[in-house]
Design a protein around this ligand. Structure first.
Ligand SMILES: Cc1cc2nc3c(=O)[nH]c(=O)nc-3n(C[C@H](O)[C@H](O)[C@H](O)COP(=O)(O)O)c2cc1C
Length: 373
């Protein structure tokens, strides 16, 4: 999981930057806290450059798009926010990748409240998902605020660990939800998930069992030329068959029903050999406390295809070897619309084979996710 940290102060001895560095040091290995160091390089925002932003602004937008959440700490200048942070946010106002982004605001100056309130108002207006429970004022000492000193203060460490835990909870929520296609609360899914978890020592063992069940017991619809066509996780379980995409919906649902965050990933592969045309291939990512996001592919093994669950080593069905092929970036909580269309608007597995889903990678909105950016 990647947290993008923005300090609204350019001062070398900035308290706000020290707080963000402290959070970085406290973060577990599964959470990368990345401090964006180039806010001072951003030119003043100019709407004329909205569609062709300067390099520093484009870099900021890319980092925001690939981050799971933003963490902002910024001082108050003359009862307002600093120009540094406001200018950075102005470059993000019209940027689609910012909308709904989970954002936490830390106030490192207890006496200052105007900037904190103004920052929250701006972020809400920009359609950020402000995580209120984690956006706190820190009771910092009045002098010697460095990361070494902050780490030595149990109260501050506890508060910042709480902030990290809240961010993790918020970011993971969509990957635990039951939804129309990943219907993890369907009674049959709940029952199967519980059965698979029986006797398991930990989440890793549960995840492995769910993976092996979907890989080995659910028949790939094209390998077995097996109708009916399935899309929802419960349909895949009931009929015992699905295309890779549908099998990934079932695996995500079984993991979520066991309280393990799971998402969907896609690769864009050539259909035949080293030349166009292309189709999507669907697989999963599971969030394991010990390793973070880990990709798994339960499409079903066959000659030349040997996917395994062996974290942290990734063993996918189709490693990308051809330069025309690619991993679509990010981990999605819900299936791509092109996939749902293919699995719901066709009638048979044969029709899907003739109309395999594909997307234009340039026009696919990037999804956040700690791997594959
Ligand atoms: C130009 C300027 C204006 C400031 N205005 C305020 C203010 O209105 N309210 C306040 O509480 N502190 C104000 N301060 C103090 C800063 O908030 C404080 O020094 C803070 O630690 C700066 O953050 P930093 O250490 O991350 O750079 C101001 C400081 C500067 C340099």
């Amino acid at each position: 999981m990647k947290i993008l940290a923005l300090s609204g102060s350019l001062r070398a001895a900035s308290i706000n930057s020290a707080v963000l560095r402290t959070v970085r040091l406290l973060a577990p290995v599964s959470m990368e806290v990345y401090l964006f160091a180039r806010l001072g390089d951003l030119p003043l925002y100019n709407p004329d450059l909205e569609n062709a932003p300067p390099a520093a602004a484009q870099l900021l937008r890319n980092e925001v798009a690939s981050a799971d959440a933003l963490l902002i700490a910024s001082p108050e200048y003359a009862h307002g926010v600093t120009g540094t942070i406001k200018n950075a946010l102005d470059w993000l106002v019209g940027f689609e990748g910012f909308v709904n982004k989970p954002v936490v605001v830390l106030n490192a100056t207890p006496r200052a409240h105007h900037a904190d309130a103004a920052l929250r108002e701006t972020l809400t207006t920009m359609s950020a998902n402000l995580i209120e429970a984690a956006s706190i004022t820190l009771p910092l000492p009045s002098a010697n605020v460095t990361e070494e000193n902050l780490l030595a203060l149990p109260e501050i460490s506890a508060l910042l660990n709480g902030v990290l835990a809240q961010i993790q909870r918020e970011v993971m929520n969509p990957y635990l939800d039951s939804s129309h296609y990943i219907d993890s609360q369907h009674p049959l899914i709940v029952a199967k998930a519980a059965k698979l978890a029986e006797g398991c020592a930990d989440e890793e063992e549960i995840a492995k069992r769910c993976f092996e069940f979907v890989r080995d017991q659910i028949k790939h619809s094209w390998d077995y030329r097996l109708n009916p066509l399935t899309c929802k996780a419960s349909e895949v379980l009931i009929h015992g068959t699905g295309y890779c995409y549908a099998k990934s919906h079932l695996l995500a649902a079984l993991l979520r029903a066991n309280g393990i965050p799971a998402g969907l990933c896609y690769q864009r592969l050539t259909i035949d050999g080293d030349q166009p045309s292309f189709c999507l291939h669907g697989l999963n990512a599971v969030y394991l406390q010990q390793y973070g996001w880990y990709r798994i592919d339960a499409r079903g093994n066959k000659r030349g295809v040997n996917a395994e669950f062996c974290p942290p080593l990734e063993k996918l069905a189709f490693p990308i070897v051809n330069p025309l092929e690619q991993d679509l970036p990010g981990i999605r909580a819900e299936p791509l619309p092109a996939v749902v269309k293919a699995l719901t608007e066709n009638q048979t597995v044969e029709q899907v084979y003739d109309n395999l889903p594909d997307v234009d990678p340039q026009n696919t909105v990037a999804a956040p996710g700690g791997i594959m950016s």
